[in-house]
Design a protein around this ligand. Sequence first.
Ligand code: NDP
Ligand code: MG
Length: 390
Amino acid sequence: MRRISIFGATGSIGQNTIDLIARDRDAYQVVALSGGRNIACLARDALRLNAVVAVTAHEDLLEDLRAALAGSNVEAAAGEAALTEAASRPADWVMSAIVGAAGLPPGLAALEQGATLALANKETLVAAGPLVMQAARDSGSTILPVDSEHSAVFQALVGEDLAAVERVVLTASGGAFRDRPLKTLHSATPAEAATHPNWDMGQRITIDSASMFNKALEVIEAREYFGLDPNQIEVLIHPESTIHALVGFNDGAMMAHLGAPDMRHAIGYALHWPDRRALPVARLDLAKLGQLTFSAPDTARYPALDLARQVMQRGGLAGAAFNAAKERALDGFIAGRIGFMQMAEVVGEVLDRLDARSGHIDAAFSLDNILQMDHLARSEADNVMARRQQ
Ligand code: NDP
Ligand code: MG
């Protein structure tokens, strides 16, 4: 039996992972499941999958979790240290699907203990790419991309030589506001931004799709994962979300990965890799689809894409700063403190301010320094937003 753990089990990716596991229950022994505030869901799945341990990120919810698991053999644990401890428990395959930088320490712990890491948490690579890739090399463990675009590129590269890759094209739906007049975007609400034309995902990544901060993170994620030069990574608007990514080779050929917009494909590919097995996802009917359309993204509408380029050019801990500032700006937008278009302004200002402070962004790539930079960028973002509100 394969031992597996799922971090972020109560979220959109976590639930899709559990859907696949539950269909083949006898093949897996579930070691750890983690959640945040959704204790009912965490306890229900821990009980039905007979997990060894269930962990909530929030210490104040430990008693609730204990009560929900009473009478069972499932251990209850809570807090950040407990998440990392659970990730250090031996497992063969670990899904990293916490949202935000909070996913980094457990993901790193899973790699250090030698598990194969199925990585949905793109923030891990954005904030700590070199550290995480080195941890995988040191322990001999494998990182498998779960982000659909990166899974698509990974699949298109099977049997290929990375040296023959000229470019990678990540597609983007354009999000909720693709066709909304630019001048009305300042008044866009979080509820409007949290609807995605094609994918059913968590609230935060859906808003990040409308602003294309999600694609900005993915460009950096692709650079870190595949070791590409920033100018080899392109973004293409493709409203149908049928092609997930394309890889262009030095002989002019392009390989495209197509599929229905269902995350169980990328999750299932990572679960069964290096095999390809049957998955319960819809099959494409291209005749019915009729046509696929493409356009270049407008950087005035999606300023986050330019910020990603700046971050890659800047290097060092700029990725950690970018991700943290983005998370705080997104909190600010959801809370109604700043407008939709102001998220990119806030993030840009934080990056400029941190860049002006010598030493911070160029500090060595250690987990401590990354977490410190994360903290610093969050408080800078709070300062910038507070000043804007005055
Ligand atoms: P959701 O918001 O649906 O779920 C997030 C999960 O993380 C939940 O289990 C949540 O717990 C938990 N969580 C939230 N905050 C914390 C915290 N501070 N510490 C520990 N756990 C926490 O997110 P998604 O499933 O949409 O996304 C998960 C990750 O996968 C993200 O990094 C996202 O970018 C990436 N991804 C998602 C895709 C998708 O289709 N959804 C596609 C590609 C990538 P609870 O809900 O119990 O509070
Ligand atoms: Mg994606």
